[in-house]
Ligand binder design. Structure first.
Ligand code: FE
Length: 199
């Protein structure tokens, strides 16, 4: 409970700071609250997990796209028409799950998250408990999500920062060789892109 109150007080403080900053920008004639609202709305409208699902389905079906995605995810996003301009200084890195290596993402400091690709983050992602425990005991945390990995699979935990965001590329499920790209996209879940679900 005290943790919740602390987060709540902190967000109230941030909200007050934002309000006074916006008021100052309006006074200076730099922008208006309405203009900022419409910018945020258009960003949030395009920030949907379907972006992530489509990227994964493309990577599963197009080896050259997958190679580019793993090598330079920002460039791969641009080639799919996903606008990362609000992210000018953020490097996106896509990490691939294999039978030998499983990846999971976290922001241990706060709640950095690839919103443009996954939509708003779930509240558990922002919780102190997840942020602390997934680093210390990832296998146990994943089991609590219902994801039991073979003991020989290594788990890598990627810690997001203001400059670097991560997305997991899950393994393509067996028996989907005949699936079209949109059918594959429909198999992907948000938690699969965080690494707390198999797909
Ligand atoms: Fe953060």
């Amino acid at each position: 409970m005290s943790v919740h109150m602390h987060d709540h007080e902190r967000s109230a403080a941030v909200s007050n700071r934002v309000k006074s900053l916006v008021a100052r920008l309006e006074r200076e004639g730099i922008t208006t609250e309405a203009e900022l609202d419409s910018l945020v709305d258009s960003f949030l409208l395009s920030a949907r997990p379907e972006n992530g699902y489509a990227i994964v389905a493309r990577a599963w079906t197009d080896p050259s796209f997958k190679a580019q995605l793993l090598d330079d995810a920002n460039a791969a996003m641009a080639s799919m028409g996903i606008d990362l301009s609000q992210w000018a200084s953020v490097t996106l890195r896509v990490v691939e799950n294999t039978p030998e290596n499983h990846n999971v993402i976290v922001c241990t400091l706060c709640s950095c998250y690839p919103i443009a690709l996954l939509g708003p983050s779930p509240s558990w992602y922002k919780s102190l408990e997840y942020r602390a425990r997934v680093v210390r005991e990832p296998r146990k945390v994943l089991e609590e999500f219902g994801l039991t990995l073979p003991p020989q699979t290594l788990i890598t935990v990627w810690d997001s920062t203001a400059e670097a965001r991560y997305m997991v590329l899950p393994m393509r499920p067996a028996g989907t060789e005949d699936y079209a790209e949109d059918e594959l996209a429909a198999l992907v879940t948000r938690n699969g892109l965080i690494g707390t679900a198999p797909v």
